[in-house]
Design a protein around this ligand. Sequence first.
Ligand SMILES: NC(=O)c1ccc[n+]([C@@H]2O[C@H](COP(=O)([O-])OP(=O)(O)OC[C@H]3O[C@@H](n4cnc5c(N)ncnc54)[C@H](OP(=O)(O)O)[C@@H]3O)[C@@H](O)[C@H]2O)c1
Length: 332
Amino acid sequence: MKALLLIDSEDDYIKLLDVDKPVPQKNQILVRLKAAALNRRDQWIRQGMYPGIQFNTILGSDGAGVVESVGDGVSSDLIDAEVIINPNISWGENPKAQSPDYHILGMPTNGTLAEYVVVEANRIQQKPSHLSWEEAAALPLGGLTAYRALFTQGHVAPKENVLISGAGGGVAQLAFLFAMAAGANVYVTSGSRDKLEKCLGLGAVAGFNYKDEHWCKEALKTTGGFDLVIDSAGGDQLNDFVKMMKPAGRIVFYGATNGMPSKIDMFRMFWNQVTLQGSTMGNDQEFEQMLELVNNNRIKPIIDSVRPLDEVISAFDEMKAGKQFGKLVLRP
Ligand SMILES: NC(=O)c1ccc[n+]([C@@H]2O[C@H](COP(=O)([O-])OP(=O)(O)OC[C@H]3O[C@@H](n4cnc5c(N)ncnc54)[C@H](OP(=O)(O)O)[C@@H]3O)[C@@H](O)[C@H]2O)c1
């Protein structure tokens, strides 16, 4: 089968190769992938900027497809089921934080950028019927991350002023759609006027370009401050968020694409009762709750583009350039 492997080569650390079709072992299933999607994580791995690099692994955390065969101990009733894959592996017993064994599908375990993937049978859930294969594949990692950040950690509530920063991002667009479904007043930032326009068209109350020098002043004036900010860019912009929080506001971050802030305005934070909360992926229960939210509100992830798996390298290059709005999807 065709698969995208992480290889030890200085030309490019990723390459589409022919490998053996995997065989499900005890308690595992084989999924014939109908679609897979990229995450920033995949590009970080390609750049060697992710912990635990392991060559000769098939990358990819997001996928949806049809169960083709099952290993011992798994009911054959599952064959032909239309499923999406939960990319969490070994979260552990504590719902609040992952165990030391925790990892994500697509390194060190072989992932979804391939024609087939083998996963433990308890990693699959029924594909939401209102989603196309491409939309379903766009959901798992980003949806889970957005859900935990917004609901479990952010405690989003109806009518609150919520800012989704970098709304063009794969996780952020899902946080944006989920916050709208939660009945919040949703504001966005983006570095692209075009992406801001798209968010306004989808129901954002207002949008701000984080490249404009005075965007914070404008945002504060327009909104009166935020109850909740969801961010993955990090960097010194963190202090701008601190300034824009309403009393007892919460800032939840699940990434630090732009690195760490050089300082943190602790005085303003303690005086204003501001919470700074880290968040990562989510537990299996949150994955199910996220699917329930998506099903009940018929939420559809935003797809930037769909291309054949043969063109997967170009999708990685596009992700690196950051021009996409929504998810980059591959069809095996
Ligand atoms: N902890 C976790 O479980 C977890 C899970 C998923 C992702 N992450 C991390 O979260 C980050 C985003 O992941 P992703 O998959 O959503 O990536 P992505 O699709 O590449 O999105 C990144 C987005 O960051 C935004 N951005 C860049 N500079 C910004 C700035 N100064 N202020 C605000 N936004 C800015 C851009 O938004 P615009 O295009 O709108 O300008 C861009 O689209 C990555 O660092 C990733 O590693 C962590």
